[in-house]
Design a protein around this ligand. Structure first.
Ligand code: RRO
Length: 296
């Protein structure tokens, strides 16, 4: 199948931030039959991230504030050179402004199948400020698009009043697809120690708790944009995948569930999705928007 110019065997992608950081893990993800992998978000210079604790479990989910840790673009290009996979690698990038996004796009596009612009980290003030402002989103997307020769995906935040305004701005800037959603702003307090659990205080909620928020975002975007939508948020089963596809997504990304189960959970979901497609006599594309189209 082809989603926004990315050729994938199936619509199950591994989302940014969970596993896509080394050539060895890319091979492991490919062996688990993922359609594509999105890497950890990469910046121009290496970033250590926040102090621990950076992750905590909550009811039906996980709150993280990793702080965008990554080895920086030079080291990551070397790592990409060690990759042996044929599965598409989508490199997630983040910068402080459109010039940094453009430089990253220009340097990384020769080494990947597509770029995903992280416009949505819930606790990186500058990034969230870009991702919540339609004008800035349009500018950043346009700059990255002009600097690269691979498809450019824009990853949107749910932490806005109307995600369709941001999606339309990304489309206007030339995005080949939008990805929704990144994590939802959240925090947790240790009532015995009487302080916030995460070192950064605030973080982003992922996991089954946010699936309905993601489905709603995809549904709303499907009524607004003309480019493909990649659904993200709380996917842990083949039924969750079908729900996202029915609401208008062309593909999906999984993250937290791979930590809750294991990488081979992708294979199980793919096998079950294939059985479902056979029972409906439809291919993956045939599932896209089935319910959404009934509600124009
Ligand atoms: O690294 C992080 O803390 C992080 C990122 Br870049 C992101 O986009 N979303 C998230 O929940 N955490």
């Amino acid at each position: 199948m082809d989603v926004a110019g990315i050729r994938m065997d199936n619509p199950l992608m591994v989302c940014s931030g969970v596993l896509g950081i080394s050539a060895g893990l890319f091979s492991r993800i490919e062996a688990a039959h993922a359609g594509a992998v999105v890497t950890k978000s990469i910046s121009l210079v290496p970033n250590e991230g926040y102090d621990n604790p950076t992750v905590t479990g909550v009811a039906s989910g996980v709150i993280n504030a990793m702080g965008l840790p990554n080895p920086g673009v030079d080291a990551f290009i070397e790592e990409l050179g060690r990759s042996e996979v044929t599965m598409p690698i989508v490199v997630s990038i983040y910068g402080n402004d459109e010039n940094e996004f453009a430089e990253l796009a220009q340097r990384l596009s020769p080494h990947c199948s597509a770029l995903e612009l992280n416009l949505s980290c819930p606790h990186a003030g500058g990034l969230l400020a870009i991702g919540q402002d339609p004008d800035l989103v349009e500018r950043v997307v346009r700059a990255a698009k002009e600097a690269s020769n691979v498809p450019v995906l824009a990853k949107l935040t749910p932490n806005v009043a109307d995600i369709t305004k941001i999606g339309l701005a990304a489309q206007e800037g030339g995005a080949d697809a939008v990805c929704a959603i990144n994590t939802v702003k959240a925090m947790a307090i240790d009532i015995y120690q009487e302080h916030p659990i995460l070192s950064n205080i605030g973080g982003g909620l992922s996991g089954p708790a946010i699936k309905p928020i993601g489905v709603r975002a995809v549904w709303d975007l499907a009524g607004a944009v003309d480019i493909p939508i990649i659904g993200i948020g709380g996917i842990a089963s083949w039924e969750d995948v079908v729900e996202y596809l029915y609401s208008g997504a062309s593909a999906v990304q999984m993250g937290t569930a791979l930590g809750m189960y294991d990488i081979d959970h992708i294979t199980r979901i793919k096998d079950e999705l294939d059985l479902f497609c056979s029972s409906k006599e439809l291919d993956y594309e045939g599932l896209c928007g089935i319910v959404r189209k009934r509600y124009p």
